[in-house]
Design a binder for this molecule. Structure first.
Ligand SMILES: C[S@@+](CC[C@H](N)C(=O)[O-])C[C@H]1O[C@@H](n2cnc3c(N)ncnc32)[C@H](O)[C@@H]1O
Length: 289
């Protein structure tokens, strides 16, 4: 008798729960969907759908990897961010839900309708392109430039920009932060690496072993990227434009100080220090003094 999809889902969830994975039912559904091509609706409305032996073998391989702590995004090759799917590879950081507050903040700064002038954003250290592509997808008139030091990451970003239909509006530059980027931008935005080097070995295995080091390592105190980005950012922000950066827990005071040394001051917005869902101050908005 072939195994039914609903039975397989329950078996997978039990295995993942035994391996200490909290999101066992959700992960199980994502793995089945990925291997079999069945949708969530198929799984709910036709739970008796038989799963072939070939698919069961593939599911089994993925479960074994998930049991060792490999993130689900690495198994299925994409991560959802702000309601869209982004391809991820070993060259890219998995986009995080925390970064969605950066998007929400940037969207408040960008008008919903084009008001005559061209609006441009610059995303520094773009990785999968989650930030730049989301902003361009949310604002159809927006143009952007996204940079990364990793050519492999930019290739993933290009694929994601095509998938979301914004490739004609997004320029990609392989460079150190924003070196060599020309022009002025209404929003300069970055979620750079901000983990102090000595903390890297203590990160949870799902991050330490799968996100690329270049996307995590912020140098001795975790703040190297901000020192570099702030040096060039002031010259790239349009009059009335803004710089938004994400950072880690407890870093905001130092970051405000570094920004001050580069002629950048916190924008006078009610929410210029923005908290994530856990209540941690996660990003700030600056303008040129
Ligand atoms: C924390 S990840 C953020 C990725 C993406 N923006 C996001 O929010 O999901 C930091 C990114 O900065 C890139 N990066 C690291 N060093 C860089 C440098 N010197 N110049 C440009 N990009 C750099 C990494 O390759 C990585 O893609």
């Amino acid at each position: 008798m072939p195994l039914e999809a609903s039975r397989l889902h329950l078996d997978i969830a039990a295995r993942l729960r035994d391996a200490g994975i909290d999101t066992a039912m959700l992960d199980g559904r994502m793995i089945i969907r990925h291997v079999t091509g069945l949708s969530d609706i198929d799984l709910i409305s036709r739970p008796e759908t038989p799963v072939s032996d070939r698919h069961i073998v593939q599911v089994d391989e993925l479960i074994a990897r998930r049991e060792t702590g490999e993130p689900i995004s690495r198994l299925i090759g994409y991560k959802e961010f702000f309601g869209r799917e982004f391809r991820v590879t070993p060259a890219t950081l998995d986009p995080r839900p925390d970064t969605e507050v950066l998007i929400e903040t940037a969207l408040k700064l960008l008008p919903e309708q084009q008001n005559g002038k061209e609006l441009r954003i610059l995303d520094i250290g773009t990785g999968t392109g989650a930030i730049a592509i989301t902003l361009l997808a949310e604002r159809s008139f927006l143009k952007g430039v996204a940079t990364d030091v990793s050519r492999e990451a930019l290739e993933v970003c290009y694929g994601n920009s095509c998938k979301h239909g914004v490739e004609d509006r997004l320029g990609l530059v392989c460079t150190n932060w924003a070196d060599g980027v020309d022009g002025e931008f209404d929003v300069v935005i970055s979620n750079p690496p901000y983990i102090a080097s000595q903390e890297l070995p203590h990160l949870e295995a799902g991050v330490r072993n799968y996100d690329p080091r270049v996307a995590l390592d912020g140098g001795r105190d975790g703040l190297d990227a901000y020192r570099s980005i702030f040096k060039t950012a002031a010259g790239l922000i349009r009059k009335d434009g803004h710089l938004l950066v994400e950072f880690g827990k407890g870093q905001h005071e130092e970051i405000v100080k570094i920004a001050g040394q580069e002629n950048l001051t916190l924008a006078a917005l009610a929410d210029s220090l923005i908290r994530d869902l856990a209540g941690i101050i996660r990003c700030s908005v600056f303008k040129v003094c």
